[in-house]
Every structure is written in structure tokens, then in C-alpha cells.
Design a protein around this ligand. Structure first.
Ligand SMILES: NC(=O)c1ccc[n+]([C@@H]2O[C@H](COP(=O)([O-])OP(=O)(O)OC[C@H]3O[C@@H](n4cnc5c(N)ncnc54)[C@H](O)[C@@H]3O)[C@@H](O)[C@H]2O)c1
Length: 438
């Protein structure tokens, strides 16, 4: 089994199936296709499959021709039919790993896709999990479902974990150039998965086990969450001392070693940083281990929208206005610049909190023309145009996301009051608006 699959990988004839064609799965499928592998994409969302068949890319930051380019070269297909999973020699799962209502890991997507794979599992298949999750998920949650029918890992089938490190919107790294960690359930599985990624990805780092790879991914994201919390706490403290945190970070980062710059913001967003720490804290309870440090970071980060709203309140107060009845424009709905991903974006909380206080709130985001129903929010709003006239009608403009297409000078020249959570106004010369950092 091992020989036959490694031969197919070496000759790039192994069919690579990718389950979950979202922010992670779609560029991954394209990367294997560019490397010359025949690929099949699987997704339960029929709109994504229909778009792919039409050659359309629904993730704009990846470039309009990402999907149409796959229609030439090696075999390429996409389907919502999980009964076709047996056609792939390698199956890579990139399904979501969100939190449940009590901030507990929701592994239902991994469970469902493992059960789907099991239905057509055949000897010689390599199954790889890429979703972010707590250590031992591959071994304790995925593997038993795969082996249920009698096929054994390391002999008949092969199973590994390789964390996705995608950073949508980043220009200096792509799926192909971000180094890839790979850990197998056993030695053979690890070697096969390493061979597969080496054929498509610039640098592959094999690690001892699936668990090391799973835990490394959580460490990377928790490292960010904790450092962002630190700089957010510094922001609040320095704000009370009337010292600009942005200038302080810029000064500190001139040290050539021992310091890495992190920046404050209105709160955490995205599918990883606000969520992954809870995967570890939940699992740590099983072994009776406290995770006070990580939880404290979470507490500080979740307080940020409240801090920003308070700054808006005080800034309006200085203008003799109450939040109640004031018109506020949120600039940027996506959780970070130049993408359309709004998952866990703090902008939603800012809107809800300000509306709760009686403000009339609009938003502008060139990447998000309207809001959709989400797990915790249903705002039902449309992006309003950003013009010189419209800016003049707002009592406060709150900068939440610094998309690179924004004309900051125009905002500064035509707004009355700007509350800036991203230091966007630093680039502007002599703003006519009163600028308050938050
Ligand atoms: N977005 C990121 O920047 C990023 C970065 C690193 C890691 N991750 C991790 O990667 C995983 C996927 O994240 P994402 O951002 O790509 O999610 P996403 O929501 O963009 O995509 C997931 C896709 O899976 C599909 N899906 C759900 N259940 C399915 C099933 N049973 N069978 C087939 N398809 C199914 C959904 O329709 C969706 O298209 C998560 O674990 C996430 O934490 C994401």
C-alpha cells in the first residue's frame, strides 16, 4: 500500500481531494493543482461548487483567475457528493472548527467529514487533517471513525495532521511558501504526508507525531493572542497616562533582538486567534491543568470593544453630545485589512454596543457590501457610500479596519470627529477632524 501511494505521489498521479473549500481549502487545492496533481474539491455548500464549475472565485483576495486557471492542466473537479471521496488517493480535510455556545470545541464538522470519508475508505488512501484543533483530535476523534470498518492505520490506510497556517490577504507569503509542519499517526503515515507536501510546498518540516503538529499550531495562535492582549493592556494603561501606545511600540521595536512588535486594536477577530486558545483551555481541563495565563489574555482582549465604545462616548461628550441620538459611522467591517472575512470581527460588537446606547450606526466596507446572518449576529445592514458629503453628516467616524483602499486624508478632511483604533490617522497631514486614538 505504502509503495503504491508513494509511487503515485512521486509521479504526481495521486488524486488529491480537498474537503472544505473555504479560506484554507480553496488555495490549498489550487496549490496542489499548480504542482501538477489531479485534484477534486469537496464541499457541502452547493453555491461554492456551482461557482467553481463556472470558473468563478468567491474568495476575492486570492485573485479573480484562481479557479479558472485550474480548468487547464491536470484533472480538476469539484463536487458536493461525498460519495465520490473514494476517487481520491489523498484526502485533506479543511472543515471548520468553531466554538459551541459555551465556548467549548465544536468538532461536529470533523466528525461528520470523518464519517463521510469512512463510507468509501479503501486501502491505500492517505487522510490528512488540517483544521486547527486540540492535541489528539486526529488520533482520538478522526482515527477511530476511519478504522471502524476494519482498515488499519499504518498498514491499509495512512493518517496525519498538518496545521494550516494560512493568513488571508498577506502578500509576502502564500499557501505554497508558508513552511508546513507534518506529523503522522505513525511513522509511515508521517513519511507519506511529508512526501506529498514536499511535492507542492516550498518547505516541509516533519515532526515526531500528529500531536506535536496539533499543539504547535495552538502555540502559534495562543502566542499571538497573549501578545495582542499584552499590548492591548499597555494601550489602556498608557492611555490613562496620555502616552501614545503606537509611538511606544514603534520605539520598542527598534531593539534588534528579544522584542517582536504586536499592535493594539478594537478586539480580536477571525477564525483562529479568538477561538483556538479555548480549544487548549478546554482540553487542559481533562488533565486537571489550569490555563490562567491564556484565559487572562482572553479576558483582556474581549474587553477591547467596551474600551473603544467608552472612548467614543467620551469624545462625543467633549463635543457636547450624547451617544444617544448621535450618528456614528464604522469604517471597516472585516476583521483585518483587505479581505472580506467578517468572522468574529469586533466591528459587529461595536455596532451593537453603540446601537444599544442609542446611536444611529452605519458602516462602510468596500469588501463587505452587506451583512449576512452569523452565529451570534444578525445586523441586516448594507455598506453606505463614503463621500465628502456623507462624512459631514456623522457626529463620529470610528475606524475599525484599515483597508489599504481607504483615502485617510479624505476622511480626515471631511469628518468632524474620528476615533481611530488602527493608527490610520498617523499617515495624515494636519487632519481637519479632531482625532482620538482608541
Ligand atoms: N481562515 C484562516 O485564515 C485559517 C488559518 C489557519 C487555520 N484555519 C483553520 O482551517 C479550518 C478551516 O477554516 P476556513 O477559514 O477555511 O473555514 P471556511 O468556513 O472558510 O471553510 C470551510 C468550508 O468547509 C465546508 N464544510 C463544512 N462542513 C463540511 C463537510 N462536512 N464536508 C465538506 N465540506 C464542509 C464549508 O461549506 C466551507 O466551505 C479551521 O479549522 C480553521 O481554524 C483557518
Amino acid at each position: 500500500m505504502q509503495q503504491s501511494l508513494s509511487g503515485k505521489i512521486a509521479s504526481r498521479t495521486a488524486v488529491v481531494g480537498v474537503i472544505g473549500l473555504g479560506y484554507v481549502g480553496l488555495p490549498l487545492m489550487a496549490t496542489f493543482h499548480r504542482a501538477g496533481f489531479p485534484v477534486i474539491g469537496y464541499d457541502v455548500d452547493p453555491r461554492k461548487i456551482a461557482a467553481i464549475h463556472k470558473g468563478e472565485n468567491y474568495l476575492k483576495h486570492l485573485g479573480a483567475d484562481l479557479v479558472s486557471k485550474m480548468q487547464t492542466g491536470a484533472k480538476f473537479d469539484a463536487t458536493a457528493d461525498m460519495g465520490r471521496l473514494g476517487e481520491a488517493d489523498v484526502i485533506i480535510s479543511c472543515v471548520p472548527t468553531p466554538l459551541g455556545h459555551h465556548r467549548e470545541p465544536d468538532l461536529s464538522y470533523i466528525e461528520k467529514c470523518s464519517d463521510d470519508i469512512a463510507k468509501t475508505l479503501r486501502p491505500g488512501q492517505l487522510i490528512i487533517l488540517e483544521s486547527s484543533t486540540y492535541p489528539r483530535t486526529t488520533r482520538d476523534v478522526m482515527l477511530p471513525r476511519l478504522e471502524k470498518g476494519g482498515l488499519k492505520c499504518g498498514k491499509d490506510i495512512f493518517v496525519a495532521y498538518s496545521p494550516e497556517r494560512e493568513d488571508p490577504g498577506r502578500k509576502d507569503f502564500s499557501t505554497q511558501t508558508i513552511p508546513k509542519l507534518v506529523g503522522g499517526i505513525d511513522k509511515i503515515s508521517g513519511e507519506l504526508a511529508t512526501a506529498l507536501y514536499t511535492a507542492a510546498i516550498a518547505k516541509v518540516i516533519p515532526v515526531e507525531s500528529a500531536e506535536v503538529a496539533e499543539a504547535a499550531k495552538l502555540l502559534e495562535n495562543i502566542y499571538r493572542a497573549v501578545n495582542i492582549a499584552l499590548v492591548n493592556e499597555m494601550k489602556v494603561v498608557l492611555d490613562a497616562m496620555d502616552i501614545d501606545i503606537w509611538q511606544v511600540v514603534d520605539a520598542a521595536k527598534t531593539k534588534p533582538f528579544g522584542f517582536q512588535a504586536f499592535y493594539p486594536g478594537p478586539g480580536l477577530g477571525g477564525h483562529c486567534i479568538p477561538i483556538d486558545p479555548f480549544y487548549l483551555t478546554w482540553k487542559a481541563r481533562e488533565v486537571n491543568m489550569p490555563t490562567r495565563f491564556i484565559e487572562l489574555a482572553g479576558e483582556i482582549n474581549v474587553q477591547m470593544p467596551e474600551f473603544v465604545v467608552r472612548k467614543v462616548q467620551l469624545a462625543l461628550n467633549d463635543d457636547g453630545k450624547a451617544v444617544k441620538g448621535s450618528k456614528v459611522l464604522i469604517v471597516g467591517l472585516a476583521y483585518k485589512p483587505d479581505i472580506d472575512d467578517v468572522r468574529e470581527s469586533p466591528s459587529f460588537e461595536l455596532i451593537e454596543k453603540l446601537e444599544h446606547l442609542g446611536a444611529h450606526v452605519d458602516y462602510n466596507d468596500p469588501h463587505v457590501p452587506q451583512t449576512h446572518k452569523m452565529r451570534h449576529h444578525n445586523l441586516n445592514m448594507h455598506s453606505v457610500p463614503l463621500t465628502q458629503e456623507s462624512l459631514d453628516s456623522y457626529d463620529c467616524v470610528l475606524i475599525a479596519t484599515n483597508h489599504s483602499t481607504y483615502d485617510w486624508q479624505m476622511l480626515a478632511d471631511h469628518s468632524k470627529l474620528i476615533v481611530d483604533t488602527r493608527n490610520a490617522m498617523a499617515k495624515v497631514k494636519s487632519p481637519k477632524a479632531r482625532v482620538v486614538k482608541a
